[in-house]
Design a protein around this ligand. Structure first.
Ligand code: SF4
Length: 546
């Protein structure tokens, strides 16, 4: 049986699969097909279908994976929406499966939209786990024999995750820039109270189910063997709560530094030349409640991780009344400030690639139940205080809520968002104009050299490092899409920095030369016309290619 895993890309609160990321869903589905004995398995990025490079009709089974639950701005690729994926699947002759978050709890930019139980042109909608469905389908040979609601077990996953590693070879950013998203657990310790009003993690997975460190390490070993050098431990709601003590008794379990160290040490042992090792989400309430253990975990992330790492705190709002109404995790601004200090005090120093090792990021959600003018006034007030206190935060993300069926927000829809449209826009403007630039200057002052920036293949006026929430760098001189350069920070935009790509070339022109520290306009023009390097200290000669 020939199987194609068609990756339309996924973005969930805990887990990213939009290039340069390679998500867990397509890898697991690929591994499940191999484990079930498929004769040929191919990973197919959706771009290759759009461009007509791949004929899906030559496969017996086509598994389409998509679903964007936390929409963002993607420089790397355009994720397929549900209608595009259904159109592609309905046009092929093969047995078709729809999987990923879109099949489990819908897909939407302004509202979750769950596909019907039966959709024309799709044989199975995998409401459970797509890898379990693929395994059953390939081994049984018939869609009728498949239970679309079946979930895979941790034991099954051990095999699928390892066998899914070769999918990386066909990723659009393989080998240099592909970054494999790794899962450590699903479910959230906040299942006790039902979780946050807008979140799909608790309705979908409930109580956390941890993967043993050995399983994750084996998966990394397999990925490393096929050439992957970048990893993000991002598929979990809180990395500080991995194998924490007290889950099921408290929503703020005691972090387990030994387990986290075992995991990260194991990863570094089997992937000694890895280039990126980052993480994603964390619950600031857990860090604030257990600062001693959390500090130990931050040290582990600094010791084994690579610089530029960000732990994204799900704050959502600082308004205590709205937080209570939406059953959010954070009770007060002081908790968030404490958590910021724990992480930044351990990870705030600069690493080899120019970025601080580990800093917190803050996530806000607009459109929460019960929000009003006071909510946005309060958020602005606390963010001003955060800036005045001199706290170091890598970035702030403000997004609109996406109501999904099965969540409390699903019953409210976008009602609160509609009511506060103008306030939401004003808040986003406030963050972009008054907070982001200050934080960015703090993290990346002028004169910082950022190493290993990749010129964006689809937007080559920008370059970024590959990792968790990389800073967008606007290039002041043209470079080839996909090229790797270093960048000297010479200016700041609202959410990006201006960089001169290094090494500087003569053809970059006198305007670029004049922006180098210590080089005035006259010297830049003279140097350019004579084809010589501008006069700079000896140590900076490596900045020039001429
Ligand atoms: S803390 Fe809230 S948003 Fe985060 S995973 Fe748990 S329920 Fe979801």
């Amino acid at each position: 049986m020939r199987v194609a895993i068609l990756d339309g890309y996924t973005d969930e609160p805990a887990g990213l699969g939009v290039p340069p990321y390679l998500g867990t869903h397509p890898r697991y589905a690929y591994g499940a097909a191999r484990a079930a004995g498929a004769t040929e398995v191919r990973y197919v990025p959706v771009e290759r279908v759009r461009s007509g490079d791949v004929d899906l009709n030559r496969f017996d089974v086509v598994v389409g994976i998509c679903g964007v639950h936390t929409p963002g701005k993607y420089l790397g690729a355009r994720p397929a929406d549900l209608s595009e994926m259904l159109r592609i699947l309905s046009e092929v002759d093969a047995v078709t499966v729809l999987g990923g978050p879109a099949a489990q709890s819908g897909h939407g930019r302004v509202g979750g939209e769950l596909p019907e139980t039966e959709v024309e042109g799709v044989d199975v909608i995998a409401r459970g786990d797509v890898e379990a469905v693929v395994y059953d389908l390939v081994s049984e040979g018939s869609p009728e024999a498949v239970d679309p609601d079946r979930r895979r077990s941790i034991e099954e996953l051990r095999e699928y995750s390892v066998k899914g590693a070769p999918a990386a070879r066909e990723h659009v950013d393989y080998p240099d820039a592909v970054i494999a998203e790794l899962e450590t657990y699903r479910g959230c310790p906040r299942f006790l109270s039902g979780g946050c009003s807008f979140c799909t993690e608790v309705p979908r997975y409930g109580e956390p189910e941890f993967r043993p460190p050995e399983d994750v390490v084996e998966e990394v070993k397999a990925l490393y063997k096929v050439g992957v050098r970048r990893f993000r431990v991002g598929r979990q709601p809180c990395v500080f709560s991995y194998m924490a003590e007290g889950i099921g008794e408290t929503e703020r379990p005691r972090p387990n530094p030994e387990a986290v160290e075992k995991l990260f040490r194991g990863i570094c042992t089997v992937a000694p030349d890895l280039v990126t090792l980052h993480v994603d989400n964390a619950n600031p309430a857990v860090i604030a409640e257990h600062p001693v253990e959390s500090r130990e975990i931050a040290k582990v992330l600094v010791r084994y991780g690579t610089p530029g790492n960000v732990v994204a705190f799900g704050v959502e709002t600082f308004d205590e009344r709205v937080a209570r109404k939406n059953n959010l995790n954070v009770e007060s601004k002081e908790e968030v400030f404490r958590a910021i200090e724990v992480v930044a005090s351990v990870g705030g120093y600069r690493g080899w690639n120019g970025m601080p090792y580990l800093l917190p990021g803050l996530n806000f959600v607009c459109g929460l139940i019960g929000e009003n003018r006071e909510r946005y006034r309060r958020d602005e007030e606390v963010l001003r205080e955060l800036v005045e206190r001199g706290l170091r935060v890598r970035r702030i993300n403000v997004r609109n809520v996406v109501p999904f069926p099965g969540t409390e927000m699903g019953e409210h829809g976008t009602k609160w968002l509609e009511r506060n449209r103008e306030r939401v826009a004003a808040f986003k403007r406030f963050v972009r104009e008054e907070v982001d630039p200050v934080l960015l200057r703090r993290v990346l002052p002028k004169g910082t050299v950022l190493r290993r920036l990749r010129v964006e293949p689809r937007e080559p006026e920008f370059a970024r490092q590959v990792g968790s929430y990389p800073v967008a760098c606007r290039l002041l001189a043209e470079r080839e899409p996909g090229e790797w350069v270093d960048g000297l920070v010479v200016g700041h935009g609202a959410r990006s920095v201006e960089v001169i790509p290094l090494p500087v070339r003569r053809e970059d022109g006198p305007d670029v030369l004049a922006k180098l520290p210590g080089v005035g306009k006259k010297e830049a023009l003279d140097a350019f016309l004579k084809g010589r390097r501008p006069r700079v200290p000896y140590a900076l000669r490596s900045w020039f290619a001429f």
